[in-house]
Design a protein around this ligand. Structure first.
Ligand code: DP6
Length: 338
């Protein structure tokens, strides 16, 4: 009972911040994103009667092992809960060994949970051969959402995807907007802060409703995910740029005004923002967006990619960057990590 899965991180154009329901992880609105080709997790899971307990090991770039304590920290406790759910649904009562490796440096402030969690959940259902879930991508996306990360659910399908707003577990699932070959746009993930963020997303989502702008955000979002979906389908860069950049600013407005305030930007973030605004004025097809962190993601067309990278490289506070194109979603692969 063993399976290995490769799954990408993704960058949201319309963001998930705050929840309608904290127990079943229902996002407040439809959110959409693009999978990232160079930021992915590879995860092997085996269920076996020789394992005395569940174990999770994360390998860094040099294959150094980091053991995860499944009894501490919200995300880790959710991993344990997810394993229990997989066992319950599949009636496989065995402990699991999990090894996961990221394609990008660990703990550098690049969101890893979307890649890691989507790989973890899909590999688990594949390993126990629970076909009612593993053969149904929509159901897999619900299970990934329920594992604690609606943003990770978007990685289950190919290319450009959206997680639908729904008021119940059944109605909030992922569907594909267009596959990875649809549009040659790029995400340049710019690292300006490689430290772990101080406020986890999970804490942040719980505090979102304390912002005086929270309800305004829900109102403002009405109809916008649909406009972004159409912009993706039409390959309409300027409409995508307009709504996506505005949404990142809007989300960070809520973050900064919630209690306690979640301020993720640093000086490097603003160095990049200022430069991108200048480049936009000069007619470059580029826009910025941010997750819950300081590191900007710059979305750019093929024609302006090289010029943009040269400029980003010349900025003072930029540590390094990763160039991504749209990628396939979660895939089952043959090469196990153990
Ligand atoms: C701000 O709790 O899903 O990135 O930050 O990776 O732990 P991690 O994930 P999650 O919330 C992050 C949401 C967001 C916006 C988005 O991706 O939709």
């Amino acid at each position: 009972m063993k399976a290995t899965v490769k799954s990408p991180a993704n960058i949201a154009f319309i963001k998930y911040w705050g929840r309608l329901d904290h127990d079943i992880y229902l996002p407040l609105s439809t959110t959409n994103s693009m999978n990232l080709s160079e930021c992915y997790a590879t995860t092997t899971i085996e269920f076996h009667d020789s394992f005395q307990q569940d174990s999770v090991t994360i390998l860094d770039q040099n294959d150094k092992e980091n053991e995860i304590d499944l009894t501490k920290g919200h995300k880790n406790i959710m991993l344990k809960k997810t394993l229990d759910r997989v066992r319950e649904k599949s009636e496989v009562d065995l402990n699991a060994k999990i090894v996961s490796k990221l394609s990008f440096p660990l703990g550098t402030g690049i969101a890893s949970s979307a890649a890691g969690l989507s790989a973890f959940v899909v590999a688990a259902y594949e390993a126990v051969d629970c076909s009612s879930v593993s053969q149904d991508p929509q159901e897999l996306s619900r299970e990934v959402r329920l594992s604690g990360s609606p943003s990770a659910a978007r990685s289950v399908m190919d290319g450009f995807t959206e997680l639908l707003f729904g008021e119940t577990h059944e109605t909030s699932y992922v569907r594909e907007i267009a596959d990875e070959n649809h549009w040659d746009i790029y995400d340049i993930t710019v690292v300006v802060n490689s430290a772990e963020k101080k406020i986890s997303s999970s804490q942040g989502h719980e505090g979102a409703s304390s912002s005086p702008f929270y309800n305004a955000r829900i109102e403002y979002l009405k109809g916008i995910p649909e406009k972004v979906r159409t912009a993706i389908l039409d390959k309409d860069f300027s409409t995508l740029a307009k709504f996506s950049q505005a949404d990142a600013i809007n989300m960070h407005g809520v973050m900064m005004t919630q209690d306690p305030a979640a301020i993720y930007f640093n000086a490097g973030s603003f160095e990049v923002i200022t430069k991108v605004l200048e480049l936009q004025d000069q007619g470059m097809e580029v826009f910025f967006t941010f997750d819950a962190g300081a590191n900007p993601h710059l979305i750019v067309t093929e024609k302006d990619k090289k010029a943009l990278i040269d400029i980003i490289n010349s900025l003072n506070l930029v540590e390094f960057y990763i160039e991504n194109k749209p990628a396939k979603g979660t895939q089952i692969i043959d090469s196990h990590l153990f």
